[in-house]
Design a binder for this molecule. Structure first.
Ligand SMILES: C[S@@+](CC[C@H](N)C(=O)[O-])C[C@H]1O[C@@H](n2cnc3c(N)ncnc32)[C@H](O)[C@@H]1O
Length: 357
């Protein structure tokens, strides 16, 4: 698939490619993939999420479990009701969704709460993309509050909250590293004319414990996610963090995937290899989530891992009746498929280490 769209141009005329070229020049000729992705995905003037994204779902560039079927919203609502009870969270119980895309998950969670309980919950969204926040506001109206950061939302909630996200972590920038001659080298980007080319930089720390990683193996390391988590995890006093995303444990997630998991999405087409860089600022660029890192970083920041299950296990654990419905509903069968999205997406639940169950 090679769908090339014009380079994203900001309001002042500089394209994403111009901005990347300038950044690379400032860094001595090349720029790390993490820094490039911060620009190409999240810059408010030329980034995909920052400016160009229309929505998430059928009318966007990619779909998620949340936009395919209401099951995830229903399961998160069931999970939230159970945890609010078990943890005796004070009312209103704050539900903080981070990275809400089209607002479909929020809508699904709110609709799945029984009407007599809705007022016991307060729904807050933390969204970094201005265009998507607009979509969410139009869809949800006054049913949700919009806050600038998770720390701010937690402060408003008095530190008691259920924080959750679907396909948020995979939208964070990441570094790409490659195994060469017993070392791990950083993959960097150069701008050559009107195209982006990969080049190899100097040695970097290994992506994890994998002494016999094959030559040429590539992995992604999402350090910006750790930095972001460190800004708010210490403010969660009582509650839970539920992270739903595609990925796996290290190094299993890379077995048989020598070139790593980097890929792009444009108009529901998956792009790999050099095409990932063909539509700068105009396509989603992503990679699987290394849940070993997410678990370890959480522990370092005071969040204990409580469970890690597949999306299928989570959905059926919360809503056992879904199993029967899957025979009749194709989209539901898709999100539950153990060989597909249901097995490739994991659900991690974490809680403050010092708090009770
Ligand atoms: C892949 S989309 C998933 C959207 C939605 N959760 C769903 O499942 O359909 C990633 C979402 O996270 C948002 N996002 C990315 N980084 C973020 C950050 N640091 N803080 C808040 N939102 C972020 C994006 O703008 C987008 O709404």
């Amino acid at each position: 698939m090679n769908l090339v769209r014009p380079d994203a141009r900001g309001p002042l005329g500089a394209t994403a490619l111009d901005r990347l070229a300038r950044l690379a020049a400032e860094r001595g000729g090349s720029v790390g993939v993490d820094e490039a992705l911060a620009l190409l995905l999240h810059d408010p003037e030329v980034g995909y999420y920052g400016r160009r994204v229309g929505t998430v779902g059928a009318a966007g560039d990619f779909s998620t479990a949340a936009t395919l079927h209401p099951a995830l919203g229903g399961a998160i609502a069931a999970w939230a009701r159970a945890r609010a009870r078990e943890l005796s969270l004070p009312r209103p119980v704050w539900l903080i969704e981070v990275g809400a895309g089209s607002g479909e998950l929020a809508d699904g969670v709110l609709r799945a709460l029984p009407f007599w309980e809705r007022r016991a919950f307060r729904y807050a969204i933390v969204e970094s993309s201005a265009p998507l926040r607009g979509v969410q506001e139009r869809r949800l109206g006054r049913r949700a509050d919009f806050l600038g950061t998770v720390a701010e939302a937690l402060q408003a909630a008095g530190g008691n909250a259920l924080v959750f996200s679907n396909e948020l972590v995979d939208a964070f920038p990441f570094r790409v590293v490659e195994r060469r001659g017993g070392e791990w080298l950083e993959v960097r980007l150069r701008v050559e004319g009107r195209r982006i080319a990969e080049t190899t930089g100097g040695p970097v720390p290994p992506p994890g414990e994998w002494p016999d990683a094959p030559e040429g193996q590539r992995c992604e390391v999402r350090a910006p996610y750790r930095a972001w988590l460190s800004e708010w995890a210490p403010h969660l006093r009582r509650g839970r963090v539920l992270t739903v995303d595609y990925g796996g444990l290290f190094p299993d997630l890379y077995l048989g995937r020598r070139r790593g998991t980097l890929r792009g999405f444009v108009r529901h087409g998956r792009v790999t290899g050099a095409d990932v860089w063909a539509n700068p600022g105009r396509q989603d660029v992503t990679a699987d989530v290394n849940f070993s890192d997410v678990v370890r970083w959480g522990i370092e920041l005071g969040l204990a891992p409580l469970s890690l299950v597949t999306q299928r296990e989570f959905l059926l654990g919360q809503l056992p009746s879904l199993a029967r419905r899957a025979a009749r509903e194709r989209a539901l069968a898709f999100v539950l498929d153990p060989e597909g999205m249901g097995g490739a997406t994991l659900v991690l639940e974490q809680g403050p280490r010092d708090a009770g169950p």
